[in-house]
Design a protein around this ligand. Structure first.
Ligand SMILES: NC(=O)c1ccc[n+]([C@@H]2O[C@H](COP(=O)([O-])OP(=O)(O)OC[C@H]3O[C@@H](n4cnc5c(N)ncnc54)[C@H](OP(=O)(O)O)[C@@H]3O)[C@@H](O)[C@H]2O)c1
Length: 257
């Protein structure tokens, strides 16, 4: 039997991209999976897709940028299953436009930080409260980015949000290391699908080529490769790992050559 059988898993932003693929993998291992997002139509489609590989999946509409919605989300999960074992905090957005800092719109800065950093704080705050009552083997994995580690041009808000998330992860990991909650971040390089849909890649071929060139492996990741890392980090195989950031970036951050 899979070690995830009977565990309650929450994936924020589980309706698309790597969140959806990760949800499918947990569902296939008989976990009780909850996925969230803002768009209910996308949520219902994802729920249908995931239920083909595992029965126990529920979509709940929730904007992680709103603390009251996150609080209600966790309350509902606890009401329905009595526990929360694993959370993959994946919901995130990127800049609509790219600009150097002095030209960067304040509104864009606020919205990116509100989702990517404040939203992560809200999620962790309520998840941890639930996990403290759920037992002794809980795990949180936060989806940062290589952009939070290595600078890229015209991306200050996204970079700051993802670097802030790494600091938030480490800080929380220390606070709860003795409470049976392991908290880690992953930092993917460019991943196919989602934010890198074919249309988005074609819209800016120069930027796409640059990202491709910067991976030492000369390819984007498949979402399954990110999901595999999340599953492993949440498993007993990673029982002594907390407060770290795992680069899943095909060598992007290893060096320029
Ligand atoms: N794609 C990459 O190359 C890459 C690389 C490194 C890191 N990342 C990070 O990985 C995560 C997922 O990226 P992806 O490319 O798979 O994204 P994606 O396909 O665009 O999916 C994002 C998911 O998050 C949800 N979401 C967005 N804003 C939300 C909000 N305010 N509240 C709740 N849900 C929200 C979306 O659903 P709704 O739109 O319905 O809300 C969707 O389910 C992000 O945090 C991203 O920064 C991506």
């Amino acid at each position: 039997m899979s070690e995830f059988h009977g565990k309650t898993v929450l994936i924020t932003g589980g309706t698309d991209g790597m969140g959806l693929v990760t949800a499918e993998m947990y569902a296939a291992q008989n976990a009780r999976v909850y996925i969230t997002g803002r768009n209910p139509d996308k949520g219902k489609d994802a729920e249908e897709k995931i239920s083909k590989v595992g029965q126990e999946v529920t979509f709940i509409e929730c904007d992680v940028a709103k603390s009251d919605q996150v609080e209600s989300l966790i309350e509902r999960i606890i009401k329905e299953t009595g526990r929360l074992d694993i959370a993959f905090n994946n919901a995130g957005i990127t800049s609509k436009t790219h600009a150097a800092l002095s030209d960067f719109e304040c509104e864009q800065w606020d919205s990116i930080l509100q989702v990517n950093l404040n939203g992560m704080f809200y999620s962790m705050k309520y998840e941890i409260k639930a996990m403290l009552q759920s037992g002794n083997s809980c795990a949180i994995i936060n989806n940062s980015s290589v952009a939070g580690v290595v600078a890229m041009p015209n991306q200050a808000a996204y970079a700051a949000s993802k670097a802030g998330l790494i600091a938030l992860t480490k800080s929380a990991a220390i606070d709860y290391a003795q409470n049976g909650i392991r908290i880690n971040a992953i930092a993917p390089g460019p991943v196919m699908g989602g934010m890198n849909s074919p249309e988005k890649l074609q819209a800016n071929p120069e930027r796409t080529q640059k990202k491709f060139d910067l991976t030492a492996m000369k390819r984007f990741a498949e979402p399954q490769e990110i999901a595999n890392t999340v599953i492993w980090l949440s498993s007993e195989s990673a029982s002594y790992i907390t407060g770290t950031v795992i680069m899943v970036d095909g060598g992007f951050s290893a060096g320029k050559w």
